[in-house]
Design a protein around this ligand. Sequence first.
Ligand SMILES: Nc1ncnc2c1ncn2[C@@H]1O[C@H](COP(=O)(O)OP(=O)(O)OP(=O)(O)O)[C@@H](O)[C@H]1O
Ligand SMILES: [Mg+2]
Length: 190
Amino acid sequence: MSDRDFIIVVGNQGMGKTVWTIRYLGGFVRRFLYDPVGAYPGFDYRGLDNLHGGEISPRERFSIASPFFEDLPILGNLAFSAGNCTITIEECGTIFRRGELIPNWARRLIFMGRHPRVNLILVAQRAASIPIDIRSQANRIISFRQHETDDLAALRSTLGLEKARQLPTLNRLECFDWHNGEISRYTVSV
Ligand SMILES: Nc1ncnc2c1ncn2[C@@H]1O[C@H](COP(=O)(O)OP(=O)(O)OP(=O)(O)O)[C@@H](O)[C@H]1O
Ligand SMILES: [Mg+2]
């Protein structure tokens, strides 16, 4: 059992990643989000203007979102220092550019987020855009339809060969959910 969730949500455009993540986040009251398209209900997208320069108290409830990529390091560091919260990063493939070092704020959340109990949700269109050493830290991987060879190969070690081969045939809103070693297949409802 892990004491926080590190979830990766992948799939082609329009297949259900954001629908899944909106549902998941409904269970949380201390939430950070980076989302360039403003798709999540219940969040305040004023970015760092949400903070009024103040600190986040241990019991405060909040749903702070930013559409601005340049806010990500601050959001990531805030999540780490606030603790007991959830941070969701949409379009996260852009963070891990091939050959570049993982930024420090992201490294802390991925490799040490268990200590301050920060749930981390990374959302990307392509599984292969998330480096293997990061993917291997996740305790849950949700995959909607994928069809590129690299993406299927990236998911083979968790889903197994047979299910990875089925990924291109999933319907819209249908996913495999690999959770601490157990795999289920279901359709999310909007
Ligand atoms: N409130 C809604 N009512 C009906 N259909 C919806 C609703 N929200 C999303 N959908 C549909 O559900 C499907 C999945 O949408 P979703 O936004 O989850 O895709 P996504 O995987 O996040 O795609 P992208 O990579 O473009 O962000 C799309 O076909 C979308 O049109
Ligand atoms: Mg989306």
